[in-house]
Design a protein around this ligand. Structure first.
Ligand SMILES: C=CC1=C(C)c2cc3[nH]c(cc4nc(cc5[nH]c(cc1n2)c(C)c5CCC(=O)O)C(CCC(=O)O)=C4C)c(C)c3C=C
Ligand SMILES: [Fe+2]
Ligand SMILES: [Fe+2]
Length: 348
């Protein structure tokens, strides 16, 4: 089926998902820890372990979600981004019929439901677009793998693997940080780019490009800001493995020892949720206060920033323009080392 004057284009946005209410916390955590991309053990061990961890973690996680009204704001935030992207794409391609869908990895709307909705939309073309600027086996690859195993409808698929240095993404970040630097005035501050951590072994043994892409994003944002004091740190550590470091709390303490305030910048998230509103604002805000780190300012996530929405639209249009069966990263569907983005990286 084709739109009257053009093509039917489905854009599928991928994100992690979050519980809608308190009763969803445990099954959401179970889905997360039962993902082989998160716990790389055979199912016979992983599934009971996921049950155990989700039971043990439930109360504490529920208390954290309760601080945001009971559930995660991630889905409503992502819906607003989907609407903004749809409006932008419709204005850029008035002849096409565009549908923007959301597939969450661990909570509703889950991949299976979205795959059925996309199939019913009967697209001519599909662009798979993770809401993770930096590619990781734990996030984008996990979502894309499940999508490719699940979707059985029509349409030619193209994948946007990642966009760690996309112009609009970098500009949106820089713009939001500039506002916080202006708020700091002449008080000395360090810009701390805080990324969600992953276990070190994923980088060392699986060659996960996440850390390298985080570093690429931070360098690009810092370059656009001009001379500033900046460093990178990693938040949200879970479990017994060694994670990427330095840890964000340590970096905040270090800033204090160096006599600096902090502008904290979430650099791997594109919307607000538990990891920004509770962890960065409340938990680390308290730590900064105890450590006498002042000012402690947190840049908002890029959310609906027009430059960011523009970057997503650019990525979709770029993806649509790629021909053949190797668009923007089929390599990222489990074979990301062969992806064009990795070739660009090696050439840089
Ligand atoms: C760049 C984004 C993310 C990476 C990389 C990532 C890896 C990762 N996460 C966990 C464990 C948890 N993550 C949780 C919440 C959460 N994680 C991300 C993003 C990334 N995770 C987001 C956007 C969210 C928020 C969802 C929401 O509900 O608002 C949680 C649940 C919260 C908690 O209990 O702390 C867990 C657990 C691991 C183990 C991992 C890599 C191995
Ligand atoms: Fe996470
Ligand atoms: Fe790629």
């Amino acid at each position: 089926m084709s739109a009257a004057n053009g093509r039917r284009i489905a854009v599928v946005l991928f994100n992690l998902g979050g519980p809608d209410g308190q009763a969803d916390v445990k099954p959401f955590l179970f889905n997360l820890f039962n993902d082989p991309a998160i716990i790389g053990l055979p199912g016979v061990v992983r599934t009971p372990l996921a049950r155990l961890i989700s039971s043990r973690r439930e109360k504490e996680a529920q208390a954290n979600y309760a601080r945001m009204g009971g559930g995660s704001p991630l889905l409503p935030e992502t819906r607003r981004q989907a609407e903004a992207l749809k409006a932008e794409l419709q204005s850029r391609r008035p002849g096409d019929e565009v549908g923007v869908f959301i597939a969450m990895r661990y909570w509703n709307p889950l991949t299976e439901q979205t795959a059925a909705e996309v199939a019913a939309f009967a697209p001519d073309e599909i662009v798979l677009l993770p809401l993770y600027p930096q590619f990781s086996t734990t996030t984008s690859q996990s979502s894309l793998k499940l999508w490719n195993e699940t979707y059985r409808g029509p349409g030619v698929s193209r994948t946007v693997c990642c966009y760690p240095r996309a112009d609009g993404w970098i500009e949106a970040q820089a713009d939001l940080i500039r506002a916080k630097l202006a708020e700091a005035g002449d008080r000395p501050v360090r810009v701390l780019f805080s990324a969600h951590g992953i276990p070190e072994t994923l980088v060392a043994k699986k060659g996960d490009p996440y850390q390298e892409q985080i570093e690429a994003t931070c360098a690009a944002v810092a370059a656009r800001l001009g001379p500033i004091d900046w460093s990178i740190c990693y938040q949200s550590r879970v479990g017994p493995l060694k994670w990427l470091g330095p840890a964000t709390p340590d970096a905040i303490q270090q800033a204090g020892r160096d006599g600096k305030g902090v502008v904290l910048v979430p650099i791997a998230f594109v919307s607000e949720h538990i990891e920004t509103l509770v962890e960065l604002d409340e938990e680390y805000g308290e730590l900064a206060h105890e450590e006498g780190v002042a000012p402690y300012l947190r840049a908002p996530t890029v959310s609906l920033h027009p430059a960011f929405v523009g970057a997503l639209a650019d990525a979709v249009i770029d993806g649509l323009g790629r021909t053949g069966v190797a668009p923007f990263g089929p390599g990222c569907q489990g074979r990301w080392k062969a992806c064009p983005c990795q070739r660009e990286r090696r050439a840089a």
